[in-house]
Each structure stands twice: as C-alpha cells, then as structure tokens.
Design a protein around this ligand. Structure first.
Ligand code: PNS
Length: 173
C-alpha cells in the first residue's frame, strides 16, 4: 500500500521552509497531499485560489505531490484521502506546544492516523509566513525566503494596498 501523508496548513503564503519539509517528507512517503485549510471565518492575506496557485507552481517540480484544500476536521479529511499520516514541520521550541496539542487531539479523534514531525532545515528555522509578511509589509528584503512567484505576489499585494502597508493591520495574521 502506498504511504500517503497529508501536509496541512494555511500556506498564506507558501515559503521555502514549507518546500523544505515537502522535500524531506518525500524521502519517507510515496505521496504527499499538500492541503490548504479553507476556513471562511478566518482572514487571510491571499484568497484560497491564489494560495492554491502558488502552491501548485512551486510544487510542480516534485513527483508524488498533490495540491488540494479541505475544510472541517483534518483527521476526517485525511481518512477520506486514505492517508495514514499527517506531516508537520517543526522549527523552534515555540512551535512545540501548539503542535503537541494538535497532534494529541488528532490522535484522540482518529487513532489510525499518526502525526509525523520533521525538523526544518536550519536555514529556515526562523521563517514563517507571518514574519515574512510583516517584513515585506515594511519594505524588508525577503529574497530567498519564498519562491519567486510568491515574492512577486507579495510585492503586488502590498504595492496595490498602500493603506494596508501604513496601518500594519488588520489583515496580517
Ligand atoms: O499552517 P497552520 O495555520 O499552522 O495550519 C493549521 C492547521 C490547518 C493544520 C489546523 O488548523 C487544522 O488542522 N485545522 C482543521 C481543524 C482541525 O482538525 N483541527 C485540529 C483538531 S481540533
């Protein structure tokens, strides 16, 4: 049976740290379904369609990667996709508490699905979608932290909304 993992997240937007986790995950799994949580109650910088487009573009070089979106409970989605694992990246200690809580809750909800954590590469240890959005919002250089298409989209997003750049809120998460 092929080993399938779901790599879930907001991917708002996808970063090179996410790509690093997929690359590492492909050494363990036959197939990774990178799936974006569709939560209409939450405010994102990029709408779902754009997040999907960016993910598809930067994952097209990998064999064995599928891009999808989901709503509702992650474990239900994983079961519906016949996945036995949830893949998550770990950076620093700050990730640990949230990830631990989520993994244990998911295990309680479905004991057949295991959460697998992979350490991100050291060069991505401090990166996150949020910190990248914050940096570029104030004109910071984010070269090499996100794929080229994402960098272009971020630049467009902030250039098109100067009031957003000045206020520093509320669309950042
Ligand atoms: O990139 P993120 O925002 O850290 O990803 C969080 C995500 C999407 C993995 C998490 O919020 C999630 O799985 N949401 C779906 C609802 C769910 O099943 N929650 C966990 C158990 S209550």
């Amino acid at each position: 049976m092929p080993k399938v993992a779901i790599y879930p997240g907001s991917f708002d937007p996808v970063t090179n740290g996410h790509i690093d986790i997929v690359e590492r995950g492909l050494k363990l799994f036959d197939k990774i379904i990178v799936s974006i949580l569709h939560n209409p109650k939450k405010e994102y910088l990029f709408p779902l369609e754009e997040r999907l487009e960016m993910l598809k573009d930067c994952m097209k070089k990998f064999k064995g990667v599928e891009i999808d979106s989901f709503d509702g409970l992650l474990v239900d989605y994983a079961a519906s996709r016949k996945a036995h694992a949830i893949l998550r990246g770990l950076r620093a200690m700050s990730d640990f508490e949230y990830e631990f809580q989520m993994a244990l809750m998911n295990r309680r909800l479905n004991r057949n699905i295991q959460t697998v954590f992979l350490m991100t590469g050291l060069r991505w240890i401090y990166t996150s979608s949020s910190i990248i959005k914050e940096a570029i919002q104030f004109g910071g250089n984010i070269d090499g932290m996100v794929p080229k298409l994402v960098q272009k989209k971020l630049a467009q997003k902030f250039a098109l909304a100067p009031e957003f750049r000045q206020s520093g809120e509320p669309r950042l998460r």
